[in-house]
Ligand binder design. Structure first.
Ligand SMILES: Nc1nc2c(c(=O)[nH]1)N[C@H]1C(S)=C(S)[C@@H](COP(=O)(O)OP(=O)(O)OC[C@H]3O[C@@H](n4cnc5c(=O)[nH]c(N)nc54)[C@H](O)[C@@H]3O)O[C@H]1N2
Ligand SMILES: Nc1nc2c(c(=O)[nH]1)N[C@H]1C(S)=C(S)[C@@H](COP(=O)(O)OP(=O)(O)OC[C@H]3O[C@@H](n4cnc5c(=O)[nH]c(N)nc54)[C@H](O)[C@@H]3O)O[C@H]1N2
Ligand code: SF4
Ligand SMILES: [Mo]
Length: 725
């Protein structure tokens, strides 16, 4: 008999409401949930295609072992666990815990049980070589928040629903549906700004879908954000627009910052940002005049040389105009699952406490930059990485200079992947452990609610039953934890007790941990039956989750510094300011074009390209080149060009378009599926090339060692003549 299941989509932060019609383990249809209070019936093409992943015959169902000839054979779960456990234990015993590196990718961040189990596994393993998609995404945001607010998980969320002047920099929410801001159906919200008489501005090297929906679009040179944003602050100072009453009440260190702003005049920053001084001044004045203005930066701003400084400067701008914690400004929600408190408890609240062996790059929230993985595998000596565990990640397509990593993975003594597919990364694994697809598990977003203007919490039932031979990510990770001598928490004493309890019949269930975290969280019932607060039962009883109201005003409630203030002064930030001031004088290299990326509504980083409905249509993996550059170099539309960077030279199809700024070329990441064509039929037919073949692992962001994925110097020339593509 068919049943209906309501559930939020687990593919990205927006968490749109979906309605599934299901019969047994068959998903009959997927619809937008019109009654979802947050997404209100919005669903993107990926959400609509989510059932195709469930049905995909290429999705792995059973563990695989690699044969010496590179082909794979199925093995049983017990044999697989025994083999992985034995190898990891042996390598750790012989070479130390750091000899085992772990990388986890984006999808794990949407699984509460996966995140908890991964933390336990890495802690049980004891390695400092923990890497993730974070160093391609949020590490600069984490570091800026750590220094400003005392905790990486404190994210100011732009109040797009109440603002009347929204400056969006280095983000394309009309496609991404918001990053570090939960904004499903952002188009409607943006329309709301204009209907209120407000203004939307976009600063981006591309005329994006968001730029097209805005009132004004300003081109910026890739990597110019920190210079541009500091010039905005400098203008506010010079023209007397700093709200000293606010700054002195909630922050410390303003005088030290102000005294260092002098070099960042609109005129001196122009070469780096490409934005004319009068435009910077006008934007600063408009922001100062706006009653409810807010400035927002995201991935495009993070993934370049001054990503942390730019993110910090973004918050500084909102601060000096009194916009932090004010309606229409940047809000600080209090989530039911308090990620910031969790970071504090599990030792993630920090930066620079240790550094990588080869290049000395710092950890951020216990993560070291993923761009160090290849060199840590290749470089001999104590601590050399000899085993690698990848979990829900595809670093061979998502991290810089990925051909080097692709080769390095073959040098490992042992590799295991926990993944749904055989792909560019997992093809190197000795063992692949495929989890059941997320739809067969209970779902609750662990991180997104920390970035939602509307505070809410939701826990959805599985859509389809889990097969008898299927295991969830958390079950696999828990078993690996046990194999390396740990347990469900990663805390030695607790795990010892839980492992003893297991003998007496105790079975760990992450739902119990979820219940505990909800109960002791900021909205919890604290196990007091007369309190009306949250527990798992109450959350599960509400099909659309529990609404906890809008994010409160103010900021003090989310400050983790002991003195309850925003700290503007931190050594790494002041160092970055000094370095940028010197860099303003750096001579330009006009012969280089700058490579950046872009996302598409029908793609999800490097995966879901095996879904026919998402992969077909006009070729998307093409290089956008400005007509003036194409003319100068002699490139023609739909013809291939040879693109060359420090690390790679290869062909790429060209589309001539004025949607990119002159001097800038753009290629989406996540393609390059040639190597996995044998295992992913659809993706293999739309293979494309990988943008990260050209990005450089050795040039990193200055504070956290973030990968520089935007603004990569490249040269182009026409490829040898061939028939049109
Ligand atoms: N050049 C360039 N590179 C970029 C970016 C860019 O803008 N430009 N963006 C970066 C960003 S923001 C990110 S987040 C990263 C993403 O990079 P990654 O996180 O490394 O990789 P994804 O492409 O998200 O691939 C996810 C993997 O998880 C698998 N998977 C999917 N669902 C599950 C699941 O439930 N369980 C398990 N175990 N596996 C699952 C998929 O098969 C796939 O192999 O890419 C980064 N790379
Ligand atoms: N459809 C779809 N949605 C997604 C994803 C996806 O792959 N597909 N991925 C999800 C993930 S993992 C993430 S992290 C979010 C990211 O979501 P967003 O943060 O919105 O990021 P992008 O959509 O990559 O937009 C980044 C913008 O930065 C611009 N840019 C590049 N370099 C610079 C620069 O130096 N300065 C400035 N100012 N701009 C620059 C690019 O042109 C691009 O328009 O999206 C999520 N949503
Ligand atoms: S925007 Fe698309 S992928 Fe993201 S949650 Fe909504 S439906 Fe899912
Ligand atoms: Mo991301």
């Amino acid at each position: 008999m068919a049943t209906t299941v309501l559930r939020s989509c687990n593919l990205c932060e927006a968490g749109c409401g979906l309605r599934f019609d299901v019969e047994g383990d068959r998903i009959l249809s997927v619809h937008p949930d019109e009654s979802d209070p947050l997404s209100q019936g919005y669903v993107c093409p990926k959400g609509m295609a989510i059932a195709a992943v469930h049905d995909d015959p290429d999705r792995l169902r059973r563990p695989l072992r690699r044969r010496p000839d590179g082909t794979f054979e199925e093995i049983g779960w017990d044999d697989a666990f025994e083999l992985v456990g034995r190898k990891l234990r042996r390598i750790r015993a012989e070479h130390g815990a750091d000899a085992v590196a772990v990388y986890f990718g984006n999808p794990l961040g949407h699984s509460y049980s996966g995140v908890l189990a991964l933390g336990a596994f890495v802690d049980s393993l004891g390695t400092r070589n923990r890497m993730s998609a974070s160093s391609q995404d949020t590490a600069p945001r984490f570091a800026a928040s750590y220094y400003l607010y005392g905790n990486p998980a404190i994210m100011p969320v732009p109040d797009v629903d109440r603002t009347d002047w929204f400056l969006c920099i280095g983000a394309n929410p009309v496609v991404s549906q918001g990053s570090a801001m939960v904004t499903p159906n952002i188009r409607v919200r943006l329309r709301g700004i204009r209907e209120r008489g407000g203004k939307i501005l976009v600063v981006d090297p591309q005329r994006t879908e968001t730029a097209k929906a805005a009132d004004e679009h300003v081109f910026i040179r890739p990597g110019g954000d920190a210079a541009f944003l500091l010039a905005m602050v400098q203008t506010l100072v010079a023209e007397g627009h700093v709200r000293r009453d606010v700054v002195d009440t909630i922050a410390s260190g303003w005088d030290a910052v102000e005294s260092r702003l002098a070099p960042f005049t609109p005129a001196r920053t122009q070469a780096m940002s490409g934005i004319a001084p009068d435009v910077v001044r006008r934007l600063a004045r408009e922001f100062a005049a706006a009653e409810r203005g807010v400035i927002y930066t995201r991935v495009g701003t993070c993934n370049n040389e001054y990503g942390t400084l730019a993110t910090w400067a973004n918050d500084l701008l909102n601060l000096v105009r009194g916009r932090l914690g004010e309606p229409g400004g940047a809000m600080f929600p209090v989530p039911a699952l308090d990620g910031a408190a969790g970071m504090q408890m599990t030792g993630l609240n920090g930066h620079g406490r240790w550094h990588t062996r080869v290049r000395g790059l710092p950890e951020t929230a216990k993560d070291v930059p993923a761009s160090t993985l290849a060199e840590e595998i290749e470089t001999p000596g104590p601590g050399q990485v000899r085993a690698f565990v990848s979990v829900a990640g595809n670093p061979v397509l998502s991290t810089p200079n990925s051909r080097r990593l692709d080769a390095a993975l073959e040098q490992l003594d042992f590799m295991v992947s926990i993944d749904l597919y055989l792909n560019e990364t997992t093809r190197h694994a000795d063992v692949i452990l495929p989890p059941c697809w997320a739809l067969a598990e209970t779902h609750s977003e662990p991180l997104a609610p920390s970035m939602s203007l509307r505070q809410h919490v939701r826990c959805d039932p599985p859509v389809v039953p889990k097969g008898p031979d299927e295991k969830a990510d958390w079950e696999i990770l828990l078993r690996l934890s046990e194999e390396v001598g740990g347990g469900p928490t990663g805390m030695k004493v607790v795990d010892r007790v839980l492992n003893l309890a297991k003998r007496a019949g105790y079975r760990h269930d992450p739902k119990r941990t979820l219940d505990m975290l909800l109960r002791i969280g900021p909205h919890g019932d604290w196990y007091l039956p007369w309190k009306r607060g949250l527990n798992l039962k109450r959350v599960q009883a509400a099909p659309h989750g529990v609404d906890l109201g809008p994010a409160p005003r103010g900021i003090r409630h989310r400050l983790f510094h002991r003195d309850g203030r925003v700290h503007l002064v931190a050594v790494p930030i002041l160092d970055a300011l000094a370095a940028l001031a010197r860099d303003l004088e750096r001579p330009d290299r006009p012969s280089d074009l700058l490579l950046i990326g872009r996302r598409h509504l029908r793609s999800n980083n490097s995966w879901m390209h095996n879904v026919e409905a998402l992969a077909t249509g006009r070729d998307r993996c093409v290089l956008f080149v400005h007509p003036a550059d194409a003319e100068r170099i002699g490139l023609r539309d739909s013809r291939p060009a040879v693109m060359e960077s420090r690390v790679h030279s290869g062909e790429v199809p060209v589309r001539v378009t004025d949607e990119v700024m002159e001097g800038v070329v753009s290629l989406p990441h996540g393609w390059g599926h040639g190597p996995s064509a044998a295992w992913q039929q659809v993706a293999g037919r739309h293979a494309g090339v990988s943008a990260n073949d050209w990005t450089d692992d050795q040039r990193v962001e200055s504070v956290v060692g973030q990968s520089i994925l935007n603004g990569v110097p490249v040269r182009l020339r026409p490829a040898a003549t061939r028939p049109s593509l």
